[in-house]
Write a protein of this length. Structure first.
Length: 191
């Protein structure tokens, strides 16, 4: 199995009649780390540097949610539906125990999975997220709208405003991250 996100072929699996696309890389065996991405993201939005770092020591799986990117079906309307889809996807790959890394919206999904399927989850890593009802969570829509508005008026990517500080170091990190995404070769999908 490849340890490089950029050189890993995108595969697909049928999940109850819906095609889910995914990549898996890293050290085979053991408990895999399943990455759950942020709102508006596809599997290509994971930073290759982060994924490769994880894959150096772990079996890592990234995938597109139902109705997102290369996965078929209709986009779920709730976090609970996304969590059910993720659990079903994990089961379709044959795993009965996983570690979850949830980023932003993916963190919401990871928390629901851990709450509703505690036997499936060994460890959970939450990044840039919060609990349901947590302080400021109700304002996520306004935060997104503000970021997209600022991106439009400044001719910058919304991720500059969503995931990075507005300091010179934070914005330089955003530029580096976006450049890595831009330069990453897109892999071919195989059935």
């Amino acid at each position: 199995m490849s340890t490089s996100f950029e050189n890993t072929t995108t595969k697909s699996v049928d999940v109850n009649g819906t095609k889910f696309v995914f990549r898996e890389m890293g050290k085979p065996g053991g408990v895999p780390v399943v990455l759950l991405h942020h709102l508006t993201a596809v599997l290509e939005d994971w930073d290759p540097r982060v994924v490769d770092g994880l894959a150096a020591k772990h079996h890592v799986i990234v995938f597109d949610n139902r109705g997102v990117g290369g996965s078929g079906g209709s986009t779920p309307k709730t976090v609970e539906e996304m969590a059910r889809d993720a659990v079903t996807f994990i089961g379709a790959l044959g795993f009965s125990k996983v570690d979850l890394l949830g980023f932003s919206l993916g963190g919401f999904v990871a928390q629901v999975i851990a709450q509703q399927q505690p036997g499936l989850v060994r460890k959970i890593i939450l990044a840039g997220t919060g609990p349901a009802g947590g302080e400021g969570i109700a304002n996520v829509g306004a935060v997104l709208q503000d970021a997209f508005g600022k991106a439009g008026t400044s001719n910058r990517h919304p991720k500059h405003f969503l995931f990075f500080t507005q300091t010179s170091n934070g914005q330089a990190a955003a530029d580096d991250f976006l450049q890595r995404l831009k330069n990453a070769p897109r892999t071919l999908t195989r059935p």
